[in-house]
Design a protein around this ligand. Sequence first.
Ligand code: SF4
Length: 320
Amino acid sequence: MQKNKPRGLTRHGIQKYSQSHYITKESDCQVSNLSGKEAQAIETLKLFEPQTEPYYLCYSGGKDSDVIRILAALAGVKHDIVHNLTTVDVPETVYYVRSIPNVIISKPEKSMWKLIPEKGMPPTRLVRYCCEELKERGGKGRVKITGVRWAESRNRAESAGLIKIIGKPVSTQKTAAELGADYRVNRHGGLVMNDDNDEARRVVERCYRTTSSMINPIVDWTDSEVWEFLRHYGCESNPLYQCGRKRVGCIGCPMQGGNRMKSEFARYPKYRLNYVRAFDRMLETRNKKGLDNRVFWTSGESVMRWWVGDDPRQITFDDL
Ligand code: SF4
């Protein structure tokens, strides 16, 4: 659990927090300067704070997770800051995360290099098995704080809200209806609520042990609001942003598209090699299972070319 965090928005608390969390501009630390969204996010965190144990704060080392880390401290809510290593993390991000006080760094059971042969295919935009197994693991039975924002993707705009609850859909909906909460069900069967009121709080309180319950206090923040907030508190965030990068996640993440994947592999050639080796092992597994590799998945290298979009002969997921 994080120690020495400020309680509420007292000047003393913010100063104390600034000494260990990169907040350097004392003159900026005025309660009156907080925007409505900041104050709202802080109130939300206070309202949903679990009574029996700290929040589980999902910390990726990116700008959005820096915002929630600072907000949680400003709100004075108890929280564990947890960073999940994925084994394909950008080294600069790992160094940055290590520099943040009180972060719990968690290693996965299986590396990406093991997962790929096991799954029989590389992770793709549509089949992101690695996120579930590597990045989003942990925090079962806890109330999580995430830095999810609608501005990040259309998918998030559709599926996330201020509060998102996944799992036990029937009983959770029953509870939400019983308590008179205003909710909708997203296309993945999750429950989404956009009100930080007592009804929503009671739904989370009753359901979080058996579901995955997420509070997304900055869900409606724009990119510029995120940067404005971080600037205000003197947090420069991950140094990779200063090199012009928009994302600071995994090396070779398929979500960023082929060109960015290729430029990452040029920067981190050892990771490219490890992916190619994992693809070689993946093909061995596929061959043993008698799966069709088509004519163009003949080696780890050829899978890599297909993966980054350099092979025009595309296959569909039904082919795999
Ligand atoms: S590579 Fe991309 S999809 Fe996979 S865990 Fe990392 S962020 Fe998620």
